[in-house]
Design a protein around this ligand. Structure first.
Ligand code: PRP
Length: 183
């Protein structure tokens, strides 16, 4: 497949992602054997990863979603976390697995882990497709990590820039000329 004209290079191909998602699903299924899972997708970036991941999980799994604000419409995090949409279901007594596309500064996940742990769940773990540790401000323990990536602006497979590129099937490095224009 051809590289999108706004992107510099492909960081992770469809095959790379598929293979890793199968491995993550297998590991999660083993770890939660005999339990029911409550997968909590964080909108909107995690939606495509969540859809693929849960189809590789073999234990009974419920789905719910939260939406929070962190980046807003800028390329850099504002540092503020607000719940825009809360869960529909109670997580009391549940084995919660937060599913995220990326952990960057850690502000969002640090907040979400604390918030969900305070609701009386049986357990809370985090599965993130991408980890960008070079940008970390607050510590976050990632229980299931897909890939550790360098400090580059990535889009595709759910990740956006100004709400675009989420539908690209690969994870690509966005050309700096695209986001520098909008600054
Ligand atoms: C992204 C990502 C995480 C957060 C991570 O979401 O999905 O929620 O940023 O960044 P942090 O570690 O610096 O807090 P974003 O706010 O871009 O929203 P989106 O999922 O709707 O794209």
């Amino acid at each position: 497949m051809e590289i999108h004209p706004d992107c510099e290079r492909i960081l992770l191909s469809e095959g790379d992602i598929r293979k890793r998602v199968v491995e993550l699903g297998r590991q999660i299924s083993l770890d939660y054997a005999g339990k029911e899972l409550m997968a909590v997708g964080i909108l909107k970036g995690a939606m495509i990863f969540l859809a693929d991941l849960v189809r590789n999980i073999t234990v009974p799994t419920r789905l719910d979603f939260m939406a929070v604000s962190s980046y807003g419409l800028s390329a850099y995090s504002s540092g503020e976390v607000r719940i825009l949409k809360d869960l529909d279901q109670s997580v009391e007594g549940c084995h919660v697995l937060i599913v995220e596309d990326i952990v960057d500064t850690g502000l969002t996940l640090n907040y979400l882990l604390g918030n969900l742990k305070s609701r009386g769940p049986a357990s809370v773990k985090l599965c993130a497709l991408l980890d960008k540790p070079s940008r970390r401000v607050l510590p976050v323990e990632i229980d299931y990590n897909g890939f550790t990536i360098p400090d580059e602006f990535v889009v595709g497979y759910g990740l956006d820039y100004n709400e675009r590129y989420r539908n690209l099937p690969q994870i690509m490095v966005l050309s700096p000329r695209v986001y520098k224009k909008g600054e």
